[in-house]
Design a protein around this ligand. Structure first.
Ligand code: AMP
Ligand code: ZN
Length: 142
């Protein structure tokens, strides 16, 4: 298994630092976040070191996706929140601090103080269809 010497999550995988593991298999491991936003906040990561969605093997993502559904349902069943957030930050600009791909699973309630912070009044004007079509084409052709 290819791990990265200095990566904190690789150290967890190698058993060099402690983690509270929810489950693991050959490809991935889920463990509790050390600074939980909310009780039940956990992380799902591949065991092989990938930085984020930009370099991860698509087959690994497929496996993570299946396990993510399972983990999300389990968190929901265990804590009965109003909802559960799945979040992945890709790159520091998106808020990624640990450069080893990880998916946050965070229980959420309607009255929670934390949320995605969108710009004020961003919903005042709907986008022009032409603008959306241009953006969709740009992504499709990238
Ligand atoms: P991000 O900001 O998306 O890169 O999130 C990194 C997450 O990893 C944060 O929520 C941290 O609390 C969490 N974290 C960092 N170190 C550890 C650790 N040793 N064990 C568990 N979670 C960790
Ligand atoms: Zn790593």
């Amino acid at each position: 298994m290819s791990t990265n010497e200095d990566c904190i999550f690789c150290k967890i995988i190698r058993g060099e630092i402690p983690a509270s593991v929810v489950f693991e298999d050959d490809v991935c491991i889920a463990f509790m976040d050390i600074f939980p936003v909310k009780e039940g906040h956990c992380l799902l990561i591949p065991k092989k070191h990938y930085t984020n969605m930009f370099d991860v093997d698509p087959d690994v993502v497929a496996h993570l996706g299946r396990q993510l559904a399972e983990l999300t349902r389990k968190v929901n069943a265990a804590f009965r929140p109003d909802g559960v957030l799945n979040i992945v930050a890709n790159g520091s600009g998106a808020g990624q601090e640990v450069p080893h791909l990880h998916i946050h699973v965070v229980p959420r309630n309607h009255d929670d103080e934390f949320r995605f912070q969108f710009p004020k009044n961003y919903r005042e004007k709907m986008a022009e269809r032409e603008e959306l079509e241009r953006a969709a084409r740009k992504i499709a052709e990238a």
